[in-house]
Design a protein around this ligand. Structure first.
Ligand SMILES: *Cc1c(COP(=O)(O)O)cnc(C)c1O
Length: 377
């Protein structure tokens, strides 16, 4: 049996090696490493795939979030609402820009931002909501958009884990993740659903004005060369990464299908197990399964991870500490117990191997071992 990994990038690469190598070689031959044709091609192809007016390629997902917030002309002390159960980058950029991250609790079933909690957190200083489509399924965007309209707030989606998944509006219309709010942000970190072979990210928007502004911000605030209209940053997707992404983009839907197939196999194998709660998918979204995350019920998680590790099965905790309990974000506003759902999740979640290359033999081995190990933990 092939070695089991959380993400098997090597096996995936073997299947597309010829195309990827040729794409990289083409960049080497042209030596257009920055802002080359490859970046423009990928940008146009991603716009088409997403059905969005503007894609702005940037250096990574964290930069995408930062540039998005920089474009909103917020003032120090303005409040930005984010879930407390997410990867740190979501709130990190808020803090870096001198804005105030206001974290709220999440929904136990879906891990995504709790709409009632958002409502309670809105103050006259609130300027934006940053929902995170955690693990690959979309947050309740229709409810978030309604709140945003009511209170005149920007919505910046953290779609770093959900690219390719679809939000289904009540009227049946579907929109790709990250293209629902004012701005969407994604990451092409190698292990993400559309990963490159280094760092990369992108911003999506249908708003021409914001698009122009974010392009300028990502390029030192420059519109006309060497004339700087605003304070910007240097954040670019490079041509080699664009070449890799352009090979992988046409495969993204098949990659998501492979992940969904693995999730279905996990669900079937674990259906009768009382010691775990399986992922719950909301009716208004498809699930891209960036992670397959179960919630353990009265199980010693460390012991389970150890037994699995001894059998060659990795399992990860995303995320062990909610933002409001992180040392760097300790704040007189928050204390342990404030966000009980996120705290409970942090204590019971476990993500199992999830990627595009899991075969039947590996799936059977993982599920059998999880089921037997969980009974003794
Ligand atoms: C990966 C990730 C980011 C950051 O992306 P980078 O490309 O690593 O900077 C931000 N938010 C979430 C939810 C992520 O999963």
């Amino acid at each position: 049996m092939k070695k089991i990994q959380m993400v098997d990038l090597f096996s995936q690469y073997q299947k597309i090696k010829n195309e990827v190598d040729a794409g990289i070689q083409e960049v080497l031959n042209t030596t257009t490493f920055i802002k080359g044709g490859k970046v423009n091609e990928f940008q146009a192809n991603l716009e088409k795939y997403l059905g969005v007016k503007h894609v702005i390629p940037v250096g990574n997902g964290t930069d995408a979030l930062q540039i998005a917030l920089m474009a909103l002309d917020l003032k120090p002390g303005d409040e930005v609402i984010t879930p407390t159960f997410t990867f740190i980058a979501t709130a990190e950029v808020v803090a870096l820009l001198g804005l105030t991250p206001v974290v709220v609790d999440v929904d136990f079933d879906t891990f995504n931002i709790d709409i009632e909690a958002v409502k309670r957190a809105i103050t006259p200083k609130t300027k934006a909501i940053v929902p995170v489509h955690l693990f690959g399924q979309n947050a309740d965007m229709e409810a978030i958009l309604e709140l945003a309209r009511e209170h005149n707030l920007f919505v910046v989606e953290d779609a770093c884990q959900s690219i390719g998944s679809e939000y289904i509006f009540k009227n049946g219309k579907t929109v790709k993740s990250g293209c629902i709010g004012d701005i969407g942000c994604t990451s092409f970190f190698p292990s993400k659903n559309l990963g490159c072979y280094g760092d990369g990210g992108a911003i999506f928007t249908n708003n021409d004005e914001l698009a122009a502004k974010m392009s300028a911000i990502a390029n030192h605030g420059m519109v006309v060369r060497y004339y700087h209209d605003m304070v910007g940053v240097n954040s670019r997707l490079d041509s080699i990464q664009a070449a890799v992404l352009d090979v992988k983009l046409p495969l993204l839907d098949s990659y998501i299908k492979a992940r969904q197939k693995a999730a279905t196999a996990y669900n079937a194998a674990f259906a009768d197990c009382k010691k775990m709660i399986l992922p719950v998918v909301s009716a208004f979204t498809t699930h891209a399964y960036h992670q397959y995350t179960i919630k353990l019920v009265d199980v010693n998680r460390d012991k389970l991870r150890q037994i699995l590790a001894d059998k060659g099965i990795p399992a990860m905790i995303y995320y062990p500490v909610p933002l409001h309990l992180q040392k760097a974000y300790q704040d007189s506003r928050y204390k342990a117990g404030d966000f009980p759902v996120a705290e409970k999740l942090a204590a019971c979640v476990l993500s199992l191997p999830m990627h595009t290359e899991l075969d039947d033999e590996q799936m059977a081995y993982i599920t059998e071992n999880v089921l037997s190990a969980i009974e003794v933990c």
